[in-house]
Design a protein around this ligand. Structure first.
Ligand code: PEP
Ligand code: MN
Length: 353
């Protein structure tokens, strides 16, 4: 039996559509938490999110306010009635989040990558009735995501949803994390029973793109959005570039939800594949950029050690390799040869420079 098919979406039906979760990346101080929650309470938001323990890339940065932040969140709930959500990553976080009766717990992208972490989280949440949201892993590995969800289902955790926050791939694209819509939508189609929330903030990495990502997610049939908001985004202690004010959030949601047009199914499908092609083209360009960086380095070594720029033997080996790969993937061999002829020409040019 496919464990994921057992998940039911009853919990999300209790919210309006779409479910809007919003709040600061990090709870920074009591005043900030209360202020943002009150602002958000005036609009579409039903769940107030705050990061309490922040997984930062480097030590020495603001790593969250810890237990006292949970107290501020409780106060915000008392004043606004909003439900609360925070990220948990270990046993201690779970103990505290449950002690303070946080309604929704989410598992961050860095945790989903690690089966040991997920198992520890799952064991400590055994039989838990809270809503648990699982973000996609950092890397584009849908099976790793599925595995994490299975670990929760196995421990009788029933109220499960997933969050699409984009993937960290070799990236010079305009987004901080690539959405890889096609892969996620295939997953969504296979398991329409699992509620799915989009996190445009961590996909975009920049407040400029929150609108376009949110709009796409709604058109693609997502159940909700999780968007980071801050009263003073520029001064935020974490993820300052991608946060927006509660007022801006309302503007964006008004635009998307009030002006929502019914879009025909085939046009949505077209949009999904067009997006996929865009992402692939960006990847090709990124890869070429890296390839030419290597060419430059090779050129330096060849110059220093007086090695011929044109290496016929190596060329032949590369070409044989492409040929084999084309056969395996059933690709037009001559097309690939033509593309690589141009790439090689440029490579030699860069080496000789
Ligand atoms: C967050 O939601 O603030 C966060 C740390 O997200 P992610 O796990 O997606 O990086
Ligand atoms: Mn964040």
């Amino acid at each position: 039996m496919d464990l994921l098919k057992k998940i039911n979406n009853k919990w999300i039906k209790k919210f309006s559509y779409p479910l809007i979760i919003s709040g600061p990346c990090s709870a920074e101080n009591e005043k900030q938490v209360i202020k943002i929650s009150k602002e958000l309470n005036k609009s579409y938001v039903e769940v107030f999110r705050c990061g309490i323990w922040k997984p930062r890339t480097k030590p020495g940065l603001f790593e969250g306010s810890g237990e006292k932040g949970l107290k501020w969140m409780i106060k915000a709930k008392k004043e606004t009635g909003l439900l609360l959500a925070t990220e948990i990553a270990n046993k201690e976080h779970i103990k505290l989040a449950l002690k303070y009766k946080i309604d929704i717990l989410w598992i961050g992208a860095r945790s989903t990558c690690n089966p040991f972490t997920i198992q520890e989280i799952s064991d400590n949440l055994k039989n838990c009735n809270n809503i648990i949201l699982i973000k996609n892993p950092l890397n584009l590995d849908i099976n790793l995501w599925i595995g994490a969800i299975e670990r929760l289902v196995k421990n009788n955790i029933k109220n499960i949803g997933i969050i699409h926050r984009g993937f960290s791939i070799l990236n010079n694209s305009k987004y901080r994390n690539q959405p890889c819509w096609l892969e996620v939508l295939k997953f969504k189609n296979k398991y329409p029973n699992i509620p799915i929330i989009c996190d445009p903030s961590h996909i975009s990495g920049n407040n400029k793109y929150i609108y376009e990502i949110s709009k796409k997610a709604i058109n693609f049939g997502y159940d909700g959005l999780m968007i980071e908001t801050h009263n003073n985004p520029e001064k935020a202690l974490s993820d300052s570039l991608q946060q927006i004010t509660p007022k801006k959030l309302t503007e964006i949601l008004n635009n998307i939800l009030l002006k929502k047009k019914i879009i025909k199914k085939h046009l949505i499908k077209l949009e999904i594949y067009r997006n996929n092609i865009n992402e692939i083209d960006e990847n090709i360009i990124n890869l070429l950029k890296n390839r030419f960086i290597s060419s430059k380095e090779i050129g330096k070594i060849k110059k220093k050690y007086k090695i011929d720029y044109l290496q016929k033997k190596i060329m032949k080996k590369l070409k044989d390799n492409y040929k084999k790969l084309c056969k395996k993937l059933n690709l037009d061999e001559f097309l690939i040869q033509r593309i690589f002829e141009e790439i090689h020409k440029k490579s030699i040019e860069i080496q000789m420079k």
